[in-house]
Design a protein around this ligand. Structure first.
Ligand code: SAM
Length: 278
């Protein structure tokens, strides 16, 4: 059966290049090109944007991004075995795909990208969370990207969109919601991947805000949320003791009861407290 882009089906690509999935690289491939096109569409209109894709592997999502009209895709892949398959895609979409071989945690990709930029990726769990935190924490805001559309384990996706009062609520939710609008746009069962992972997955779309939702200093916010959530079951007057004398007054001025616990406190209140701490 033909494919939407005229290239061979992904199972053939994997067999031809002997791309046996490696666990240490977190390789769980998406082989259904209708599904990868759907994930690409979840990133919004791609036609006027460059796309940074991390971990293209055999290229299923890459092909989805190109078919859905991305102006230019820059794909960073650590596994050299995938490069010939990606080269075939580059030839089928002349001038629209640049493949960089290396570790996305080390490579500087900025020279290859022209704004506006969207980031789209199906990444291994540990790399995905680390990159998300980096992409949300640059010294200067707004960042290089307009949106991030990323696959995570469902449990991590729930941590990103969690609200106060939920067990998933914590530092990741606060960071993501302070500077972006995160939404779960798709959930996928293990069988969507080859090989199937043990857990369900979800695609999170984060649209960046032009400025943080509430004004406060990033480092102070990081410090107080780390203290508060490292002892999430304790009352804030105890977990935040390290902020020194005057803590209870600062909490009250931020509209927070000193007896409250971290998971009850909204982002707005944490930012108000960060401004009190200064
Ligand atoms: N995007 C493909 C798909 O959806 O089928 C592959 C997804 S697979 C979950 C993750 C991919 O990320 C693999 O191709 C793996 O080799 C690559 N990868 C793992 N760690 C990486 C890193 N640090 N930098 C760049 N790529 C990485």
């Amino acid at each position: 059966m033909g494919t939407i882009d005229g290239l061979p089906p992904l199972r053939e690509v994997i067999a031809a290049h002997d791309l046996v999935a490696k666990k240490q690289l977190g390789q769980n491939f998406l082989l259904d090109l209708n599904l990868t096109a759907k994930i690409a569409r979840a990133a919004g209109d791609l036609s006027g944007s460059d796309v940074l894709e991390v971990g293209p592997g055999p290229g299923g999502l890459t092909r989805g991004l190109l078919v859905e009209g991305a102006r230019h895709v820059v794909a960073v892949e650590k596994d050299a075995r995938a490069l010939p398959a990606l080269d075939q895609i580059a030839q089928a979409f002349p001038g629209r795909l640049t493949v960089l071989h290396g570790d996305a945690l080390d490579l500087d990709v900025m020279a290859h990208l022209t704004p506006p930029v969207k980031v789209v990726a199906n990444l291994p769990y540990n790399v995905g969370t680390e990159l998300l935190i980096r992409w949300l924490s640059p010294a200067v805001w707004p960042p290089f990207w307009d949106s991030l559309t990323l696959m995570f384990q469902k449990e991590v996706a729930e941590r990103i969109v969690a609200r106060p009062g939920s067990d998933h609520y914590g530092r990741l939710a606060l960071l993501a919601q302070w500077r972006a609008e995160p939404k779960i746009v798709m959930t996928l069962p293990p069988e969507a991947f080859t090989p199937a992972p043990k857990v369900h997955s979800a695609v999170v779309h984060l649209k960046r805000l032009d400025a943080p939702r509430y004004p406060c200093d990033f480092k102070v916010l990081q410090r107080i949320t780390a203290m508060a959530f490292n002892q999430r079951r304790k009352m804030l007057r105890s977990s935040l003791k390290g902020l020194g004398a005057g803590l209870e007054d600062m909490l009250r001025a931020a509209g927070i009861a000193p007896t409250a616990r971290a998971e009850e406190i909204s982002l707005e209140q944490f930012c108000a407290l960060a401004r009190q701490v200064g």
